[in-house]
Design a protein around this ligand. Structure first.
Ligand SMILES: *Cc1c(COP(=O)(O)O)cnc(C)c1O
Length: 436
């Protein structure tokens, strides 16, 4: 091989620390507000009633680097970390572009996405603190299956509130969660007061992520042995994901390249952040000698950054979760049912939002017909069937590579390949009108 197509790290090169973006923000991070008083939350006990204590400490920690406990590193190794950096040569050839296209392979974990990077950490801390069960919400089921997997790994119970329409229409991830031993309820459910209230109005309420969050929070608050976990949006979740970007830096160093463009899709912002923040930190600290462009990609049907407002909003529909300053479409926004279920959250990570506001990242949005066409091209050239969420980042990558073809520039473009699409084949069939 003239040029490597797979850059693999040794097990001992698995990062020993996570990177904390809070230490490098160009403007102060706006505090969370209490949902009742709407005053800044200064007493951590409010959040500690909800989340594992260690996660709350990490949420507000000013330290630039936070040690990854050995047990978590071992679990990371078990899920396939360090994950390969992969050169998509055949895609480059098909596009006739001089650009070098790289994928960071987060699709290789057992549940098939980046999400175990934080699910493992949250389950580990919960177990250590004597918690018996974790509750959570899930849309299409990617986060639910990652948490179910991690709870099985750590010996914890797991209660998942799954958006009812997905529960009915997307059974395979539901089966996967059940195989891992989780209890799954279609949301709205009869397990919570909020769920019962909505069910009384409409027995077949389709549900939404905001509603499922409200139910999972309520279920945790009423159960002494339980705490709640979130799969995206918050600082501690993003912190755990930075194992991805830390590996990425080492991998590019190995081949003596610095990326020109980094791209990630954004639902709540966690895979993008984990992938891009370590490099963004270098950029903000003036440690890069080239201009690095960092792009967020969302679904046109849920355009939180490109068309949302930057303001304080609730994280959930029942207005019981804290308020965060973020790009939002409103806590009662119910996005249309696109196949990229993971991109259908009304808000956006407050950290990603702050950095977009400060001009560090460039936001883009694309409709599903376009992203599926790009996904098909990747499958035909590289054999990889990508998640519809991930295909948004892929599509932006292809557009940038096409620009390079026009200008003749051999830019190094890398996107986060956040998950595989083996449970999303219906979407491919429907949108691409496959002749079968
Ligand atoms: C959940 C998910 C996303 C979106 O969530 P983020 O928190 O924005 O990363 C993207 N890709 C895949 C494969 C997912 O499972």
């Amino acid at each position: 091989m003239k040029e490597p197509i797979k850059i693999i790290l040794d097990p001992e090169e698995l990062p020993k620390q996570w990177y904390n973006m809070l230490s490098d923000t160009p403007a102060p991070f706006p505090p969370y507000l209490h949902p009742g008083t709407k005053e800044p939350i200064t007493d951590p006990s409010f959040l500690m009633a909800l989340f594992p204590n260690e996660c709350v400490k990490q949420e507000v920690s000013p330290e630039r680097y936070i040690d990854i406990p050995e047990d978590i590193r071992e679990a990371y190794y078990r899920i396939g970390r360090p994950s390969p950096l992969y050169r998509a040569k055949r895609l480059e050839e098909a596009l006739k572009t001089p650009a070098k296209i790289f994928l960071k392979r987060e699709d290789l974990s057992p549940p098939g996405s980046h999400k175990p990077n934080t699910a493992i950490a949250q389950a580990y801390y919960a177990k250590k603190e004597g918690i018996e069960r974790l509750t959570t919400e899930t849309g299409a089921g990617q986060w639910g299956s990652a948490l179910a997997y991690s709870c099985a790994l750590m010996g914890l119970g797991c209660k998942v509130f799954m958006v009812r329409i997905s529960y009915q229409q997307k059974p395979y991830r539901k089966y996967l969660m059940s195989i891992y031993g989780a209890d799954i309820y279609p949301s709205p459910s009869d397990q919570t007061d909020f769920g019962k209230k909505l069910m009384a109005k409409d027995k077949n309420h389709p549900g939404s992520l905001g509603i499922a969050i409200s139910e999972a929070v309520e279920a945790a608050m009423k159960d002494d042995g339980a705490k709640y976990t979130l799969g995206s949006v918050l600082n501690h979740v993003i912190l755990h994901q930075t194992v991805v970007g830390q590996e990425l830096i080492k991998q590019f160093e190995k081949i003596n390249l610095v990326p020109d463009i980094l791209i990630g899709c954004v639902g709540g912002g966690s895979n993008f952040s984990g992938f891009a923040f370590p490099y963004a930190g270098k950029k903000l600290r003036g440690e890069l000698d080239k201009d690095l462009k960092i792009i967020t990609v969302e679904a046109s049907a849920c355009p939180h950054i490109t068309e949302g407002e930057y303001k304080y909003d609730y994280g959930d529909t029942a207005m019981t979760a804290p308020l965060a300053k973020m790009y939002t479409l409103g806590h009662d926004f119910v996005p249309p049912p696109i196949h990229a279920g993971g991109l259908r959250y009304h808000g956006m990570s407050p950290m990603v939002s702050l950095l977009v506001k400060e001009g560090v990242f460039e936001p883009r949005a694309y409709p599903q017909e376009q992203i599926f066409a790009s996904a098909k091209l990747l499958a035909e050239t590289e054999g990889l069937v990508t998640a519809p969420e991930t295909a948004h980042a892929l599509h932006a990558t292809i557009l940038e590579a096409k620009k390079c073809k026009e200008t003749g520039e051999a830019k190094v473009i890398c996107y986060n390949h956040s998950g595989h699409g083996m449970f999303d084949l219906e979407g491919y069939k429907e949108i691409l009108k496959l002749p079968i």
